[in-house]
Ligand binder design. Structure first.
Ligand SMILES: *[C@@H]1O[C@H](CO)[C@@H](O)[C@H](O)[C@H]1NC(C)=O
Length: 227
């Protein structure tokens, strides 16, 4: 009996340990105070290697207001402009699991459906009124809402999401926090119709249940990104 209890205890501990491991199977947490990205290092690792800590300065942890605090030019096809403050533009964020983006919208401007493969996004409306939402994994449920200045909405990691400025005359703006220093972005339309080299139109015609002519037309469009 005692040995059975011991066996169960061992099994329970093993199960707990594996659960705990599952919970930490994620962007690894930092093993030092900071790891400012050394963008010039030839070393290839998962992320960026660290700059020599003795060479780190206060400016490595600072982002001048000019990068995120100003309205951007939204004069492009979709009428939006995303300004990212991630490890690319801000090496001090390396390993810290956080980043920001400012999104500017022209009147009726759209931030087209896209995915961040590595981050959940928490969006705060700075100005204006947005229609926004995300679609879940199959079967695809849409969660959408109209939000206004000061409202906060969360897009769970890796879900397809979008925003649109509902005002016909005034611009809008939002500030998003993302749970990765390098969230990544896959814009659905440009990934599907604008990849290089292109996906075979046989595949896309059947997948979208339309004529190849329409796919060829879509593939001939210029799929610009808004960042
Ligand atoms: C975003 O705005 C900046 C500054 O206003 C501009 O230089 C850039 O070309 C714009 N990007 C897009 C994709 O419109």
């Amino acid at each position: 009996m005692a040995s059975l209890v011991a066996l169960l205890a061992v099994a329970l501990v093993a199960q707990l340990a594996s659960w705990q491991q599952a919970a930490v199977a994620y962007d690894p947490s930092p093993l030092q105070d900071f790891c400012v990205a050394d963008k010039n290092s030839p070393v290839r690792v998962n992320g960026f290697p660290c700059k020599d800590p003795m060479a780190v300065t206060p400016d490595d942890f600072f982002n001048p207001a000019m990068i995120i605090g100003k309205r951007r030019d939204t004069n492009n096809k979709v009428g939006s402009n995303v300004t990212n403050v991630n490890v690319e533009s801000f090496p001090g964020l390396n390993t810290l699991g956080i980043s920001l983006a400012r999104i500017d919208y022209a009147p009726l401007g759209v931030n087209p459906p896209h995915i961040h493969p590595r981050a959940t996004e928490l969006l705060t409306v700075l100005e204006g009124t947005l229609y926004l939402g995300f679609v879940t994994s199959n079967p695809n449920r849409l969660f959408s809402k109209v939000v206004k200045k000061g409202d906060v909405f969360v897009f769970p990691k890796a879900m397809i999401h979008f925003q649109m400025n509902l005002d016909h005359e005034k611009p809008a703006a939002a500030l998003s926090s993302l749970s990765s220093q390098n969230p990544g972005v896959i814009t659905i339309a440009s990934a599907v119709f604008g990849s290089k080299p292109p996906i075979s139109d046989d595949v896309l015609a059947k997948a979208f249940q339309v004529e190849k002519k329409l796919i060829d037309w879509l593939q001939s469009q210029f799929w610009d990104t808004n960042y």
